[in-house]
Design a protein around this ligand. Structure first.
Ligand code: ADP
Ligand code: MG
Length: 366
């Protein structure tokens, strides 16, 4: 689908699309964002070519609004000649690629669209993998805690009972029994820690704030980095996908601060505004080494790519600000302008179905 209001630009692009060889693009052309959304709600499209300046929407807001409703749709943005910084901005906001108007030959257009579709498919595969990994971690954590943990607890009770009942044990046997009791206690503790690290049960039971509190307490003890946590008191519950994503992103950012930044301090902050929910993790370390000035994007390992994919899947975005004074990662989710419903009591989490529509407040709230 081509979303472009300028008739000359549109004509030129449609012409080029016809010339793209080896593909059978059958473009639909609309002129307004509202028309694009209406068509997208009814039909499947492989990719959208989006002009940002439309009669009913201007600038990056056009992309944000489109992605908010159709997070799992690849978008290639058309930018003007004079906005050089725009390309990077739209990539950070989840566009697959950008093309500078009047500056791309036909083969480049074809490649860009094909890459956008392919990259998007691999992104979806990655998201599916995250889902599987998250589910698997949750299952292993529960199994460890519930089966092995329970059996160790029974073993500990039995040993305690033996110790109290048998008064004629020799010194050696008594020492062995004491040692066994201590061993069982240590094993139980380790299994509990391991299971919580895999998947903290409070994430489902009490929500993001409690899980972050627990994460930071353990992280501070293990790393010697002082971390502060700032979460609104009345933060509502969100869907399991959202809470898990924000928890995993906090975990990755703190691990990055520990592994790469050299910082002695870090801050985790959740901000809930009417139009967006965001998580911000900052450190005061050496900063991320950026690739050459051409694109100013950080060199991404799987951690940064994974965080970005998690946010894109939810219709959000990931911003990274980094210089030699430190790094701030911001994971942003746009919300509908309506306060989400509160969860009255904790109840078993519900797996939110895959949606084409993006999470509005009602969708995000569990
Ligand atoms: N907080 C940080 N401070 C300094 N450098 C960072 C920070 N976070 C990430 N980096 C840099 O960005 C790279 C990519 O990070 P990431 O994608 O998480 O991969 P990984 O942690 O596996 O190396 C890191 O190798 C590191 O060089
Ligand atoms: Mg990492």
């Amino acid at each position: 689908m081509l979303v472009e209001d300028n008739p000359t630009d549109a004509l030129l692009l449609l012409e080029k699309l016809r010339e793209v060889s080896g593909t059978d693009f059958a473009p639909t052309h609309v002129k307004r964002l509202g028309d694009a959304m209406a068509r997208l709600a009814k039909e499947e499209f492989d990719v959208v070519i989006l002009d940002l300046g439309l009669p009913d929407s201007r600038g990056t807001d056009t992309l944000v609004r489109l992605r908010k409703h159709f997070p799992s749709l690849p978008v290639v943005v058309l930018t003007g000649l004079d906005d050089s910084g725009m390309g990077i901005k739209v990539l950070q906001l989840g566009a697959q690629d950008y093309l500078v108007k009047g500056q791309f030959p036909t083969p480049m257009l074809g490649r860009s669209l094909q890459y956008a579709i392919e990259r998007h498919r691999s992104g979806l595969a990655l998201t599916a993998q995250f889902r599987t990994i998250d589910d698997e971690r949750r299952r292993i954590a529960r199994d460890l805690h519930d089966s092995l943990g329970q059996e160790l607890a029974a073993l500990s009770l039995n040993l305690g009972w033996i110790k109290r009942s048998v008064s004629t044990l020799g010194k050696v046997a008594e020492d062995a029994l004491d040692e066994s009791l201590a061993l069982v206690k240590r094993c139980s503790q380790e299994i509990r820690d391991f299971s919580y690290l895999l998947y903290p049960p409070m994430l489902d039971e009490s929500g993001l704030a409690a899980a972050l509190e627990w994460l930071i307490k353990g992280f501070t003890a293990r790393s010697d980095i002082q971390v502060s946590l700032d979460v609104p008191n009345d933060l509502p519950r969100w869907s399991r996908d959202v809470e898990t994503a924000l928890y995993r992103i906090s975990q990755e950012c703190l691990n990055n601060a520990f592994k790469h930044s050299g910082s002695l301090t870090a801050q985790v902050r959740i901000v809930h505004e009417p139009s967006r929910l965001y998580l911000e993790v900052s450190d005061q370390g050496r900063g991320i080494h950026m690739r050459p000035a051409v694109d100013k994007l950080p060199r991404s390992g799987s951690g940064i790519i994974g965080m970005r994919e998690r946010m894109w899947e939810l219709g959000g975005s990931l911003d990274i600000d980094s210089d030699e004074r430190g790094t701030t990662v911001r994971a942003i989710l746009p919300l509908e302008e309506k306060p989400p419903k509160r969860r009255k009591e904790s109840r078993p989490p519900r797996r939110s179905a895959r949606r084409r529509r993006s999470p509005g407040a009602d969708d995000l709230a569990a």
